[in-house]
Write a protein of this length. Structure first.
Length: 254
């Protein structure tokens, strides 16, 4: 069966189980979300999110950006700059309409500019892949968070990032909140699957009979859940059937 024919038979517009960052489909991590939002509202400077690859750190950050109140400005830095001077370009891009012809020219202008620009608003900088940042870049980020009154920095990285922080004692001590992203409960995982299916036109119940199988194989780890669901979809397409079955059961039948 052709992929397009199978999708049409399922009434799906596309395969919902791809590794795309879709913040609106975030499920679970309610306690972690509440912790981060509370830390921002309490005006803490440095907040840390850690989790292994595939735990949903980037999706989590993008959800926060979309759902923080309008009292906040946000900047998302998807990859750490190679050197501190590149922060000048980041803020020039963010506030280009405000700067007009007067652009930031060096790092030392940034704190004064942000303090003047923000007023009562709060700037939240989302700094992804923090484990790749150099010591110099992290030190400057700390200095900036100290000098800009209404600013919080949310750093997200692999667990190994905490080892790097052992060499940055001043930075580490300024982290007011740390959260870990690991696994979803079975109920949260089921809701994630349903939500993804509904987003492409399905009724959401198509995978009900394989939820236990998926949870057993993935332990609720988000990226692994998506991978297994995608494998199940491809298996069904190969069989030319809209019946969703656990992969082991299919192999045993053969």
């Amino acid at each position: 069966m052709e992929v397009k024919d199978w999708l049409a038979a399922m009434h799906w517009s596309t395969n919902p189980f791809t590794f795309a960052i879709t913040p609106q489909l975030l499920v679970g991590y309610k306690e972690q979300i509440a912790t981060v939002i509370r830390a921002v509202e309490e005006r803490h400077k440095l907040i840390l999110i850690v989790g292994p690859t595939g735990s949903g750190k980037t999706t989590f950050q993008k959800w926060l950006i979309a759902n923080l109140s309008r009292e906040h400005d946000t900047v998302f830095i998807g990859k750490p700059p190679a050197k501190p001077e590149q922060f000048v370009d980041i803020f020039n891009e963010k506030y280009r309409s405000f700067l007009g012809l007067s652009r930031l020219k060096n790092l030392y202008q940034v704190p004064q500019f942000l303090n003047r620009r923000l007023g009562r608003k709060r700037l939240v900088v989302f700094f992804d892949e923090a484990q790749e940042a150099s010591i110099e870049v992290l030190e400057w980020l700390r200095v900036l968070s100290d000098q800009v009154e209404n600013m919080s920095v949310i750093l997200a990285g692999l667990p190994v990032f905490e080892e790097k922080l052992s060499n940055l004692e001043t930075f580490r001590k300024r982290i007011a909140a740390k959260i870990e992203l690991l696994y979803l409960t079975k109920e949260e995982m089921h809701e994630m699957i349903r939500k993804r299916i509904i987003s492409v036109g399905g009724n959401g119940d198509e995978f009900n009979n394989v939820v236990d199988f998926i949870y057993e194989k993935s332990a609720g780890f988000p990226r692994e859940v998506i991978r297994i669901c995608n494998d199940i979809v491809n298996d069904a397409i190969t069989r030319g059937s809209t019946e969703i079955t656990p992969l082991e059961e299919k192999k045993e039948e053969e």
